[in-house]
Design a protein around this ligand. Structure first.
Ligand SMILES: [Zn+2]
Ligand SMILES: [Zn+2]
Length: 185
């Protein structure tokens, strides 16, 4: 079956991208996947459309292309998804947090991440779900992602960060104003 957009019939599904509930009657994106537990079976991974644009750009773009009609925020979804195709490591971004201990090592430079420092969480998509892939120094973002356009992803997947951390992230990423970038002319 092809991937799908639909209005959630209940509030019980959770977004694979951010882990939060998808509300009843909210538009959701379903990625069809082979079910690893049943021969020839399929399963559907549900996402908020923007979460899928960040983390599963290929199936999302495929579904958008097959659906030329009404999808709210289509331009932003397409732009976001294409940035993940241009810089494939971007899709691994799972947000930012403060290191609770000094034990984790950075995936990029392999040095420890100091306790209390802001770090970027990385995940990998495997068999229909994301699994933790470690952390990066905030300052190693450019070396690892090969682009500096990470702030909107960090903020999107860090809804629990306080104002202070959001400000610190924004300043560290050298952005004037957080939030969605203006559409390209
Ligand atoms: Zn989500
Ligand atoms: Zn590093």
């Amino acid at each position: 079956m092809p991937h799908v957009f639909e209005l959630a019939p209940s509030g019980r599904s959770k977004c694979r991208g951010c882990g939060r509930s998808i509300e009843r009657a909210e538009l959701r994106f379903g990625e069809r996947l082979p079910n690893p537990f049943t021969e020839g079976g399929e399963m559907t991974a549900w996402f908020h459309p923007l979460c899928a644009a960040y983390k599963r750009p290929e199936p999302l773009l495929q579904a958008l292309a097959e659906r030329p009609d009404e999808v709210p925020d289509r331009e932003r979804l397409e732009r976001t998804a294409r940035s993940g195709l241009e810089h494939p490591r971007l899709v691994r971004i799972d947000g930012a947090d403060r290191a609770a201990s000094g034990q984790a090592k950075c995936r990029s430079c392999h040095e420890p991440i100091a306790r209390g420092g802001l770090r970027i969480r990385i995940v990998f998509w495997e068999e229909g779900r994301f699994t933790g892939g470690g952390y990066l120094h905030l300052d190693c973002r450019k070396a690892y992602f090969e682009t500096d356009e990470v702030l909107d992803r960090l903020l999107h997947f860090s809804p629990d960060l306080g104002e202070d951390e959001r400000d610190e992230l924004t300043r560290a990423c050298g952005a004037d104003t957080p939030g969605p970038a203006a559409p390209q002319a």
